[in-house]
Write a protein that binds this ligand. Structure first.
Ligand code: SAM
Length: 263
């Protein structure tokens, strides 16, 4: 069952403009995705990043964009909808002296402010779950990719064990996800857009391990989180991460990786 909620891009923006964006950085670091820098390195190796022009869709604080520039000499354009994230990403990039290699642009993943057929690699990490229309998102990702270029991303998705309506309400609402794809759902969308699938991974075990890690960390950081964000936000975050941990252990939610080539 594919659950649908009416969270809008404005809801996501409001959250990332405020405490949620800061809290995720406290828990995950400036690579706001499961596994941090190690996962950025892994995806880059799979995609053969080197001196390439990369579009990072939903670039947030730009941690991965800067890492790709520093480690692989890539040139990176990050697109994100949230002003606070873009401002921080731009300031950190200037501070690191990477402004000639990394640029950020405000825009919606559903209507990318990027020319067609312009990117060697289209990249995304654990963020496309926020985007309301996955079919349109993949269409846009493929549009801006050069023929022969690659689209590589990871994302939070539904697992093989069904969620109840009640579980879905809690999990989606906590994360402000309007809907979630499946491993096969993204595969079909890529194929529908004339991409050849090169690799697909279900990262179930790793996802559950990391959810446990974030749950333990949030508890260890209880006092400092309450001091910075207040006890209401702490309680919401603790209950939310606990529910995601349980659902990931039961195979109800997972994380996937897709690598495809635009034919
Ligand atoms: C989890 S963070 C992304 C993390 C980032 N990919 C990384 O690995 O560091 C989610 C980001 O997606 C952005 N976002 C959500 N919906 C979007 C949309 N429709 N268009 C552009 N950005 C969007 C949010 O503003 C937020 O910065």
């Amino acid at each position: 069952m594919n659950f649908r909620y009416d969270f809008t891009v404005k809801d996501v923006q409001d959250a990332y403009d405020g405490a949620v964006g800061i809290l995720w950085e406290v828990l995950m670091g400036e690579h706001i995705h499961i596994g941090g820098e190690k996962e950025t390195q892994r995806l880059a190796e799979k995609l053969g990043v080197r001196d390439t022009y990369i579009l990072d869709i939903c670039s947030a604080l730009g941690g991965p964009s800067r890492y790709l520039a520093k480690t692989f000499n890539a040139t990176v354009l990050g697109v994100d909808i949230t002003k606070t994230m873009l401002d921080k990403a731009t300031a950190r990039t200037l501070k690191e002296g990477l402004q000639n290699k990394v640029e950020f642009r405000r825009g919606n993943a559903l209507d990318l402010p990027v020319s067609s057929n312009s990117m060697d690699i289209v990249w995304g990490q654990d963020a496309w779950c926020y985007v309301t229309d996955k079919a349109r998102l993949i269409q846009e990702a493929v549009r801006v990719c050069k023929p022969g270029g690659k689209i590589g991303f990871t994302d939070w998705i539904l697992g093989s064990t069904p969620l109840s309506q009640e579980e879905a309400d809690f999990l989606y609402e906590f994360m402000i996800f309007p809907n979630l794809e499946t491993l096969d759902g993204y595969k079909l969308l890529l194929e529908d857009n004339k991409c050849q699938i090169l690799e697909i991974e279900n990262l179930q075990e790793d996802f559950a391990t990391h959810m446990k890690y974030y749950y333990d960390k949030i508890q260890e950081m209880r006092d400092s989180i309450i001091q910075e964000f207040g006890s209401d936000l702490y309680q919401i975050a603790e209950a939310g991460v606990k529910a995601w941990k349980a659902a990931s252990e039961q195979g109800k939610v997972t994380r996937g990786l897709w690598i495809a080539e635009k034919i």
